[in-house]
Design a protein around this ligand. Structure first.
Ligand SMILES: O=C(O)c1ccccc1NCC(=O)[C@H](O)[C@H](O)COP(=O)(O)O
Length: 221
């Protein structure tokens, strides 16, 4: 089985150039105002145009209004949107019906426990991303959550046919263990492939390669 791999928080032309030749599925751009990896509309538009062919662009937003989503999608050709806040199933439905794009909905583990109503989200979301939160801070924390929570949450979403990706403090040194223990449908990293706040080509390549190595082992086994 092929694991979906996403690298998030790209913000410089050299970050995107560093993806050339990597067997990567998706690249995320932070549209949340005031965060250290936030990109402007112009930068997002330029970077998305430079993405190597075959890598899906994901616009990451947190509790946006429908109008904000409309402004972003009118300016930048994102392939998918990631909702990183408290967006309701009703809101996901409104976005889906209006914009017809795949939606990745993030849930923060440890904050409230499993979502009570995955079946309400299921028709409107194309994937769920489990991430950590540190105090009030969400997204790009560089910290793993308690992985023991994964099987229960994954089972919940599996029942309604929604793939589950895992994020939060992943890096080339721990992603193999995550995959071997919990086999999520996808993995996502940001801080773990940076040094001094900048994406590093070698760390991004190691991350992707570690995942593909796991994929090869499991498809042989
Ligand atoms: O990366 C950010 O700075 C960020 C800020 C605000 C909302 C979301 C953000 N990141 C979204 C992601 O999908 C990250 O890859 C995910 O949170 C994991 O980050 P990390 O723990 O740094 O690997």
């Amino acid at each position: 089985m092929r694991t979906t791999v996403k690298i998030c928080g790209l913000r410089r032309p050299e970050d995107v150039e560093g993806l050339a030749g990597l067997d990567l599925d998706a690249a995320g751009f932070i549209l949340v105002p005031g965060r250290k990896r936030t990109v402007s509309m112009k930068t997002a538009s330029d970077l998305v145009k430079r993405l190597p062919r075959g890598i899906a662009s994901i616009g990451v937003m947190m509790d946006p209004s429908e109008e904000e989503v409309d402004r972003w999608l009118s300016a930048v050709s994102f392939d998918r949107i990631q909702l990183h806040g408290e967006e309701s199933a009703v809101f996901c439905r409104r976005l889906k019906e209006r914009f017809h794009l795949p939606i990745i909905k993030v849930f923060h583990i440890g904050q409230k426990g499993p979502v009570d109503t995955p079946e309400e989200y299921a028709p409107w979301v194309d994937g769920v991303l489990l991430d950590s939160s540190v105090g009030d801070r969400r997204g790009g924390t560089g910290r793993p959550f308690d992985w023991e929570a994964i099987p229960t949450v994954r089972q919940q979403w599996k029942k309604v046919g929604v793939p589950v990706w895992v994020a939060g403090g992943l890096h080339p040194g721990n992603v193999g263990e995550l995959l071997m223990r919990y086999a999520p449908d996808g993995v996502d990293t940001s801080s773990g492939v940076e040094t001094a706040g900048k994406k590093q080509r070698d760390r991004m390549a190691q991350f992707v390669e570690r995942v593909r190595q796991y994929d090869r082992q499991t498809s042989l086994g």
